[in-house]
Design a protein around this ligand. Structure first.
Ligand SMILES: CC(C)(COP(=O)(O)OP(=O)(O)OC[C@H]1O[C@@H](n2cnc3c(N)ncnc32)[C@H](O)[C@@H]1OP(=O)(O)O)[C@@H](O)C(=O)NCCC(=O)NCCS
Length: 189
């Protein structure tokens, strides 16, 4: 298996994989009916973002992919964010782990100090197990809300010893108190 940078031409291989994963609606917040061109614009981002592709010869041109990018611009650009997709018919064969390891190494190589995933769906057992095994810690959990089918987790990991980041979130909830402008903020649980 080869993991290499994805080019614009590779979208024809990546699109069926991307569509299958996103249409399932259980791992990403992209709209499940995102059209091909719009999806390309979401995944094949301009630098400093990088899309990578795992292939196994011409018969299996897109086993998986990852997107590596700054989680925030400017002073927050030292923390990376990444998204991963393995073709449904190739999941559970170790490709996600190889992509994860490759992505962490690549992030270090190009100077990121940490990596944060903003919303890993709590029911996504393979993803949570994989990220934990690669050293990610869960730093918070978004409460389940009516109409939302699962919780989402936020995770973060240091790529480099000595670098730390903290993700903080606050949500309305029982015991909330009014804030300026009439917005209600939850109290720490
Ligand atoms: C999550 C995903 C990237 C993992 O890739 P994968 O190739 O299926 O995973 P791997 O085969 O490398 O397995 C890695 C680890 O995941 C865990 N895992 C895999 N399948 C699992 C399952 N069904 N249940 C629980 N854990 C599982 C195991 O801990 C495994 O570690 P091991 O090597 O010790 O067995 C892939 O399943 C995928 O693309 N899912 C849909 C999109 C997605 O969820 N992306 C991530 C969003 S945060």
């Amino acid at each position: 298996m080869l993991i290499r940078p994805a080019t614009g031409d590779d979208w024809r291989w990546l699109w069926p994989l991307w569509r299958a994963v996103v249409a399932a609606g259980d791992s990403y917040t992209y709209a499940p009916d995102t059209a091909k061109a719009a999806a390309r614009g979401l995944w094949m981002l301009q630098p400093p973002a990088e899309a990578w592709l795992a292939e196994d010869g011409p018969d299996r041109p897109a086993l998986g992919t990852y997107l590596l990018k700054p989680n925030h611009p400017g002073p927050g650009a030292h923390v990376a964010n990444a998204g991963f997709m393995v073709s449904p018919d190739a999941q559970g064969q170790g490709i996600g782990r190889l992509l994860g390891l490759h992505c962490l190494e690549r992030a270090r190589e190009i100077g990121f100090l940490a990596m944060q995933f903003n919303a890993v769906v709590s029911t996504n057992a393979p993803a949570i197990a994989l990220w934990r095994s690669l050293g990610f810690d869960t730093v918070g959990r978004v409460p389940r809300r009516s109409g939302i089918r699962s919780w989402a987790w936020s995770t973060c990991s240091s790529c480099t010893a000595g670098s730390e980041n903290t993700a903080m979130r606050r949500y309305p909830g029982p015991g909330s108190r009014p804030a300026r402008g009439g917005v209600r903020l939850g109290t720490p649980g």
